[in-house]
Design a protein around this ligand. Structure first.
Ligand code: FUB
Length: 470
C-alpha cells in the first residue's frame, strides 16, 4: 500500500464542539449505518449490548484525503438493528491534539472504559496514541493522561503510531499492540491503563503485517488479526489490504501466521475486529459499499465469523444488503452453465457443483479448464427467472501446467438486450488458493457472465464460481 495515501492525509483543524448524540436506527443490512460514513470499527460487548467504536469519514466526494474529526459509538442488542449514538469523542477530547481522529479501541477495566485512539498531536512528529476514559461504554469520555501514551519520540515506536489494540490477560496484565507502515509494536500497560511498563518490543511472526492489529484470546490461545497488503494471496493490488491472522501461546508472541480471515474489500483500507455476542462470533470491518462511498467515505459492516474445531478461523464471505450473515444464498447450483470453450477432458459442471477446493491445484472434484485457448474466454450462468444478485466469488484452477490464474477478469450481467459490466464492482480478484469475492450493486437478471483473460501463453480454469442472491 502506498505511503502516499497517509502522507496526503488531511490536517484539518478541529472545529467540532461537543457533538450532540443523535440516535439513528438502521435496519439489518451491510453497511449497518448509512446516515454517516463510519470507519475503523472496534467491537465491545457489555452485558446484552454490542457496541462498535468507529471513526467518522467526512471527506467530500472526489477528494483523496481522510477528513476525520470524531469517533462515534454504534450499538445493537441483536446484532441486526443498529443505532448511531452520536460522537462520543472528538479531537478536542485531547487538548494536545489537532487533527486526524483515526482508529481506536475501547477496553474495559476497573469499572471504567479506556478509549485508545490514533490522533495527530500538535507536537513533533505525526500520529500519536491517546487514551480517554469514561465511566460507561457511552462515556462521557475525557483525556485520561494529558498527553500521548505513545508518540514518535517513544523509543522503538512504530513508523506510524496508529491503530491501538489493547488486551487484558486473565492474570490482569494488559498489553497494547499498534503500528502502521509494516511496523507492529507491543508494550505492556500498567494496571492504571494509562502508563506503559518496560520497553516497546517488535513482535515477531506477524507475516506481511501492514497495520490495524486486533488481539483476542480464545481457548487459551492468543490471536492477532491484522491488515496485510501483500499480493501473495492477500490482495490483487497492494493499494488494498486483507485481514490475515496469527496465533501465539504467549501474549507477546512469537506469532505463527495462520491465514486470511477477510479478503480484499471495496475500500483500499481494511480494518476489522472480532467479538462474541450471544454465543455467536462476529467480525466488524469497513467497506466503501454505502451509496456515495469510497476509500475516504467508508462504512462499517458486520458479519458472522466461524472457528473450526482446531481453532483456525474460516474465511469470511462478506454480505451486503442483507444483514449479518443472514443473506448471501449461492444460487449458482440452480443455474445452467455454459462457456465459450471447455477442454474435452475437463468439466463445465465443476463451476457450480458446490465444491470447496482446498487449493487451486485441488483435483479431488471436477475442474473447468479451457486449455489450449488463450486470451478472453467466458463462463456463464442462466436462470429461468430473474435473480437479485450483488456478490459473486471465484476459485481459480491452476494445474501448474498450461492452466494458470488469469491476468484479469470482469463480471457482466444480461440487461435484457446485451451483456454489460455489473455496476460498482469491487476488484475482480485473480489470486490462487483462495475464494476471490466480488461485490457489486444489486442487479436483477437471468444471466451472469464471467469474462476471464489469460496470462500470456497460458489458459485459465475455475474450480468453483458462486453467485449470491441478496
Ligand atoms: O482511518 C484512518 C486509517 O485508515 C486507520 O487508522 C487505518 O487502520 C486505516 O483504516
Amino acid at each position: 500500500m502506498s505511503s502516499r495515501r497517509w502522507l496526503a492525509a488531511s490536517c484539518a483543524l478541529v472545529t467540532a464542539a461537543a457533538a450532540v448524540a443523535v440516535a439513528t436506527a438502521a435496519q439489518a443490512a451491510n453497511p449497518i449505518i448509512t446516515s454517516i460514513y463510519t470507519a475503523d470499527p472496534a467491537p465491545l460487548v457489555v452485558g446484552n449490548t454490542f457496541y462498535i467504536y468507529a471513526g467518522r469519514d467526512e471527506a467530500p466526494t472526489g477528494t483523496s484525503n481522510f477528513v476525520m474529526r470524531e469517533w462515534h459509538v454504534l450499538s445493537s442488542t441483536d446484532a441486526n438493528t443498529w443505532v448511531d449514538n452520536g460522537a462520543k469523542a472528538n479531537i478536542a477530547t485531547f487538548p494536545w491534539a489537532g487533527a486526524d481522529a483515526w482508529a481506536g479501541e475501547v477496553e474495559p477495566r476497573n469499572g471504567k472504559y479506556y478509549w485508545y485512539t490514533s490522533v495527530n498531536g500538535n507536537g513533533a512528529g505525526w500520529m500519536n496514541i491517546g487514551v480517554a476514559v469514561g465511566d460507561t461504554p457511552l462515556g462521557p469520555f475525557t483525556d485520561a493522561k494529558g498527553g500521548p501514551l505513545i508518540s514518535d519520540s517513544t523509543a522503538n515506536s512504530s513508523g506510524l503510531n496508529i491503530d491501538p489494540t489493547v488486551f487484558v490477560d486473565d492474570d490482569g496484565q494488559a498489553y497494547m499492540y499498534w503500528g502502521g507502515y509494516w511496523s507492529p509494536r507491543a508494550v505492556k500497560l500498567a494496571a492504571n491503563m494509562i502508563d506503559t511498563v518496560g520497553s516497546v518490543v517488535t513482535p515477531q511472526g506477524l507475516t506481511n503485517y501492514w497495520e490495524a492489529p486486533w488481539m483476542f484470546k480464545r481457548n487459551g490461545l492468543y490471536y492477532m488479526m491484522y491488515a496485510a497488503n501483500d499480493t501473495s494471496g492477500c490482495v490483487t493490488n497492494s493499494n488494498y489490504a486483507c485481514q490475515r491472522y496469527a496465533t501465539a501461546t504467549n501474549p507477546l508472541g512469537p506469532w505463527t501466521h495462520r491465514g486470511i480471515v477477510l479478503g480484499q474489500v471495496s475500500s483500499t483500507t481494511n480494518h476489522a475486529g472480532i467479538v462474541d455476542f450471544n454465543g455467536q462470533s462476529y467480525i466488524v470491518y469497513h467497506t466503501a459499499d454505502a451509496p456515495g462511498g469510497g476509500n475516504f467515505r467508508r462504512s462499517v459492516a458486520v458479519d458472522k465469523l466461524y472457528f473450526n474445531a482446531d481453532g483456525t478461523i474460516q474465511r469470511v464471505i462478506p454480505t451486503t444488503g442483507g444483514g449479518t450473515g443472514g443473506s448471501g444464498t449461492n444460487v449458482a447450483p440452480n443455474a445452467t452453465a455454459s462457456t465459450s470453450f471447455v477442454s474435452s477432458w475437463e468439466s463445465l459442471a465443476a463451476i457450480n457443483n458446490g465444491g470447496t477446493p482446498a487449493n487451486s491445484q485441488d483435483r479431488s472434484s471436477l475442474a473447468y479448464g479451457n486449455w489450449p485457448e488463450q486470451g478472453t474466454q467466458w463462463i456463464e450462468y442462466q436462470w429461468p427467472t430473474a435473480q437479485s444478485l450483488n456478490k459473486s466469488s471465484v476459485y481459480w484452477f491452476d494445474d501448474n501446467q498450461g492452466i494458470d490464474v488469469p491476468a484479469s477478469c470482469q463480471l457482466q450481467y444480461w440487461n435484457g438486450s446485451s451483456y454489460v459490466n455489473v455496476p460498482g464492482q469491487s476488484a475482480c480478484g485473480v489470486a490462487g488458493n483462495t475464494e476471490n469475492v466480488i461485490t457489486f450493486s444489486q442487479v436483477n437478471t437471468t444471466r451472469l457472465r464471467l469474462n476471464i483473460t489469460s496470462r500470456s501463453g497460458l489458459s485459465t480454469g475455475v474450480l468453483e464460481w458462486k453467485a449470491f442472491q441478496t
